[in-house]
Design a protein. Structure first.
Lengths: 109, 116
C-alpha cells in the first residue's frame, strides 16, 4: 500500500493562507488523493479530492503536480475554527484506505 | 439529511468482557466502514461492507472482533473478549457508491471505548 507523509504539526496566525503538503512517492496510477479534517471528539469530515492538477471548492484548494508524488492542501485565510487534524489519503483500485497520523494545525489569534 | 448514527457514545468495560457497537448509515449508502482510532493516531480501517457483503476485513482481529451488516443497512461491531489495547474510538462511516474510487465517506460521531 502506498504510504503518505505529512508534517506532524503546523502553526498559523488567523487570516493567513495555510499550505499542508503530503508526500506519496509510490502513488498508484488509479489512486485518488483525498483530504479529511477532524475536530476533537468528532469523526473525520471530507474536505476535497483530486486526481491531478488543481481542484478548488468552497473551503480549500488541492494542488497536485504532474508526477503526482505529492499534493498540497491550501486553506485560504484560516480562522480559529480551522484548528484541527488534517489527513491526506490515497485510495482507489485497492479498497483499503489508509489514514496516516495527520497534520495537527493550530491557528493562533 | 440525517447523518451516520452510532451508539453508544461512550462505553467502559473491564478486560475480558464483551461489548457491541451499533451503526446506522446514511439511508441509501451502499458501503459501510468500521474504523478504530487510538488516541493520537489516524483511523485504521477494520472492515468494509458493500451492501451486506464483506469487501475487506484484512485488519480485523478476527479472534476477538466480529462484525455484521444486517440486510445491507445497520451494522454491529462486537469485541469478545476485550483487551486493554482495544481502548479507542470506534468510528463508523458510509459512502454512497461502492467505495472504489476513494469516494467521500461520511463519518459518525464514534463510540469511545475504555477497557479497564
Amino acid at each position: 500500500l502506498a504510504k503518505t507523509t505529512q508534517p506532524i504539526s503546523m502553526d498559523s496566525y488567523e487570516g493567513q493562507e495555510v499550505n499542508i503538503t503530503c508526500s506519496h512517492n509510490n502513488i498508484a496510477t488509479n489512486d485518488y488523493i483525498t483530504w479529511y479534517q477532524q475536530f476533537p471528539s468528532q469523526g473525520p469530515r471530507f474536505i476535497i479530492q483530486g486526481y491531478k492538477t488543481k481542484v478548488t471548492n468552497e473551503v480549500a484548494s488541492l494542488f497536485i503536480p504532474a508526477d503526482r508524488k505529492s499534493s498540497t492542501l491550501s486553506l485560504p485565510r484560516v480562522s480559529l475554527s480551522d484548528t484541527a487534524v488534517y489527513y491526506c489519503l490515497l485510495g482507489a483500485g485497492s479498497y483499503q484506505l489508509t489514514f496516516g497520523k495527520g497534520t495537527k494545525l493550530s491557528v493562533i489569534p | 439529511e440525517a447523518g451516520v448514527a452510532q451508539s453508544p457514545r461512550y462505553k467502559i468495560i473491564e478486560k475480558r468482557q464483551s461489548v457491541a457497537f451499533w451503526c446506522n448509515p446514511i439511508s441509501g449508502h451502499a458501503t459501510l466502514y468500521w474504523y478504530q482510532q487510538i488516541l493520537g493516531q489516524g483511523p485504521k480501517l477494520l472492515i468494509q461492507f458493500q451492501n451486506n457483503g464483506v469487501v475487506d476485513d484484512s485488519q480485523l482481529p478476527k479472534d476477538r472482533f466480529s462484525a455484521e451488516r444486517l440486510k445491507g443497512v445497520d451494522s454491529t461491531l462486537k469485541i469478545q473478549p476485550a483487551k486493554l489495547e482495544d481502548s479507542a474510538v470506534y468510528l463508523c462511516a458510509s459512502s454512497l457508491g461502492l467505495g472504489i474510487t476513494g469516494e467521500e465517506q461520511y463519518f459518525g460521531p464514534g463510540t469511545r471505548l475504555t477497557v479497564t
